[in-house]
Design a binder for this molecule. Structure first.
Ligand code: NAD
Length: 293
């Protein structure tokens, strides 16, 4: 069994990005610049944004963190988005989700200039991705493709079962893995909360992508021997043995599933770091103005 070490791979890819950033700077040009907008004090969002800012430092990007209180109005946030759209020194930016209840996330996502939408959440980027056109790919599925590619895991002709159909993970993952591309050509089964007899689907999978948000949801009896398991879940559960009183676990019952697997991602240290690294790659793309719309 191979542990797919997303932490180590993300360090390798960040070093590759750093080399390119050093070349940009050596040419006398400014480094890529990522801005992040964080509204409110959601602890998970604080941690995610903190990771993104730290990663920018590691790869040599400049970054700006715009923090606003929970009470920020939708109009105020839209104003910030418009300013970032127009700022020539910002290559790409993200608005960290979830937003407070009184702000319409769809409206905010639509207001982001697709050319700066490094999260790949704007419908224009999503549509371009679905049609196989150049686009900013959503960070988590992109990070998973890199993890598979760099670990020489074949997707062509493989049966992939995706559990969870969110717009940011499950659905784009299915589109990317089934398209005609180097890391595609898989036969994809998309499953979700209304799937009947989920275990009979997952047991047929060569590759499982679990993006559900329920701790230890995928159990050993749901997978066949030799499966490749990609665990996207990040769930905090109580653990009295830890000083913090809790720990992070995935959507897969790792201890029971790992012995049956050909390869598996740990949580933490699997998909999470690859997601942040994919965001760095998108920001580099934005700096290069690589995608023309
Ligand atoms: P979501 O909450 O938007 O969607 C969950 C999906 O799970 C839904 O499509 C639903 O149909 C499906 N589901 C729920 N119960 C089910 C059941 N009993 N059987 C089958 N399917 C079921 O999820 P999301 O935003 O994709 O996030 C999923 C998990 O991944 C969360 O734990 C989240 O924290 C984590 N996540 C991690 C990263 C990362 O970088 N590692 C990125 C995004 C999300």
């Amino acid at each position: 069994m191979v542990v797919l070490d997303g932490k180590a791979l993300s360090t390798t890819i960040k070093n590759e990005i750093r080399v390119e950033v050093d070349q940009i700077i050596a040419r006398g040009e400014r480094p890529p610049h990522l801005a992040a907008v964080l509204v409110g004090n959601n602890p998970a969002s604080e941690a995610y944004v903190g990771n993104k800012v730290r990663s920018c430092e590691q790869v040599g990007f400049s970054s700006t963190l715009i923090r606003r209180p929970e009470s920020t109005t939708e109009e105020e946030l839209l104003h910030i988005v418009r300013d970032l759209n127009e700022d020539p020194d910002v290559d790409g930016f993200i608005v960290q989700l979830p937003l407070p209840q009184h702000i319409n996330e769809e409206k905010v996502t639509l207001a982001i200039d697709p050319k700066k939408d490094v999260d790949g959440f704007h419908p224009l980027n999503f549509g371009r991705m679905a049609q196989g056109l150049p686009a900013y790919l959503p960070a988590t599925p992109q990070g998973i493709l890199l993890l598979l590619e760099r670990n020489d895991i074949e997707t062509s002709g493989q049966h992939v079962v995706i559990v969870g159909r969110s717009n940011i993970v499950g659905t784009p993952m299915g589109l990317l893995l089934s398209r005609k591309d180097k890391m595609g050509n898989a036969t994809v089964t998309m499953t979700h909360s209304r799937t009947k007899d989920l275990a009979s689907e997952t047991r047929r999978a060569d590759i499982i992508v679990a993006a559900i948000g329920i701790p230890h949801f995928i159990t050993a009896d749901m997978v066949k021997d030799g499966v490749v398991v990609i665990d996207v879940g990040i769930n905090r559960i109580a653990d009295a043995s830890r000083k913090s009183g809790s720990r992070l676990v995935g959507d897969v019952d790792y201890d029971a599933v790992a012995p049956k697997s050909k390869a598996i991602t740990p949580v933490p240290g699997g998909v999470g770091p690859m997601t942040v690294t994919a965001l760095m790659l998108n920001t580099l793309k934005a700096r290069r103005k690589e995608i023309s719309y």
